[in-house]
Design a protein around this ligand. Structure first.
Ligand code: TLP
Length: 354
């Protein structure tokens, strides 16, 4: 039985053109700044997000960590959303390693952190009791909110808000290019509103490893030092960068296919009476859904799907996530929906609903 793996867009395998690029990449020691392939990737990445400089890091988690510690000193405070990846899924790295405090604000279903909540969270810098608020972190697309893309007007508003208060804005843009493709814009018009961005090469863009941090040159110099500190400086990592170049040059536009497949999956799921899903939240490659009350548990559905060769992930509180990506086509979605029909029928029998 073939597996249709919808657990994440991180499961993508490199394309044939990436494998060729990896094999042929000119290499050097990047700690001396001498890996020509990394230098090319970093220049290309900086250009694609309209920033002065960029840095290749191992993962999105390392990218966000380097960015937060490059913006903040020990004791500074960062405003993060309660549903953000930085706050929930990065082992508290900025606190553990950088002494940075997270000040958590609520996240709206559209991925926004309400401006009035941000305003209430900003500390008074002239009061020695209080930590210093330094940074606001946004996430685009927003993973736990179902891959929604932040509205451009919201990004503008946060930028103005931060400027008025002397704060910086960092974007966890793990899926930045999904946001850009979904909104029919280029990544620069999103990143123009933030001081720094992290984006992943190894999700929908299908590179095997790697993320980019970008910002102004002084910020990237600080981030480079932090990368060293956490042991993330690599040597002939041009073999990683080579795939990253292909990711940026060949894999951005095709994200539209993933979005179309996610929509097809979401609409198919919505047609099952046992499934609860907000179709408005399905804007990119992520589909989050749950079971209607009384229709069974998320764990049972995930297992019943796995038994039929379809892998999806549990997100807690009954939520299930499926992510489309390179390697998944429309016929896989049809098969996944057939598997869902069978799995839901099995759950119905178990619950005596048939
Ligand atoms: N997200 C992974 C898991 O960690 C949940 C996934 O499968 O979606 N920011 C965002 C918004 C992310 O979704 C992720 C990865 C990261 C950062 C971290 O990237 P990596 O996994 O490269 O450290």
């Amino acid at each position: 039985m073939r597996t249709i793996d919808l657990r994440s867009d991180t499961v993508t395998l490199p394309t044939p053109s990436m494998r060729r690029a990896i094999a042929e990449a000119p290499l050097g020691d990047d700690v001396y700044g001498e890996d020509p392939t990394i230098n090319r990737l970093e220049a290309l990445a900086a250009e694609r997000v309209g920033k002065e400089a960029a840095l290749l890091v191992v993962s999105g988690t390392m990218g966000n960590l380097c960015a937060l510690l490059a913006h903040c000193a020990r004791g500074d405070e960062v405003l993060v959303g309660d549903l953000s990846h930085i706050y929930n899924y990065e082992a508290g790295g900025a606190s553990v390693l950088g002494g940075v405090a997270f000040h958590v604000v609520p996240t709206l279903p559209n991925g926004e952190l309400p401006l009035d909540e941000l305003a209430a969270a900003v500390r008074h810098a002239d009061d020695s009791h209080e930590a210093l608020t330094r940074l606001i972190c946004l996430e685009n697309t927003h993973n736990r909110c179902g891959g929604v893309a932040l509205a451009p007007e919201y990004l503008c508003a946060v930028q103005a808000f931060a400027r008025e208060r002397g704060l910086r804005v960092h974007l966890d843009g793990a899926r930045l290019f999904n946001a850009a493709v979904a909104q029919g814009t280029d990544a620069c018009s999103i990143t123009a509103h933030v001081d720094s961005v992290q984006f992943c090469l190894s999700k929908g863009l299908a590179a095997p490893v790697g993320s980019i941090v970008a910002g102004d040159a002084a910020f990237i110099a600080r981030a480079r030092r932090i990368r060293k500190l956490v042991g993330g400086s690599m040597r002939q990592a041009g073999i990683i960068a080579a795939a990253g170049i292909v990711a940026l040059e060949e894999m951005v536009d095709r994200l539209a296919e993933d979005h179309a497949n996610a929509r097809m999956l979401a609409e198919g799921l919505a047609s099952f009476p046992q499934i609860a899903i907000d179709l408005d939240s399905v804007q990119t490659d992520i589909v989050i859904f749950s079971l209607q009350p009384g229709a069974g548990t998320a764990t049972a559905l995930v297992q019943a799907l796995a038994a039929r060769g379809v892998l999806v992930g549990e997100m807690g509180r009954g939520a299930i996530r499926a992510v489309t990506h390179y390697g998944i086509d429309a016929s896989d979605i049809e098969e996944a929906l057939e598997a869902a029909r069978g799995a839901l029928a099995e759950l119905g029998v178990a619950h005596g609903n048939n």
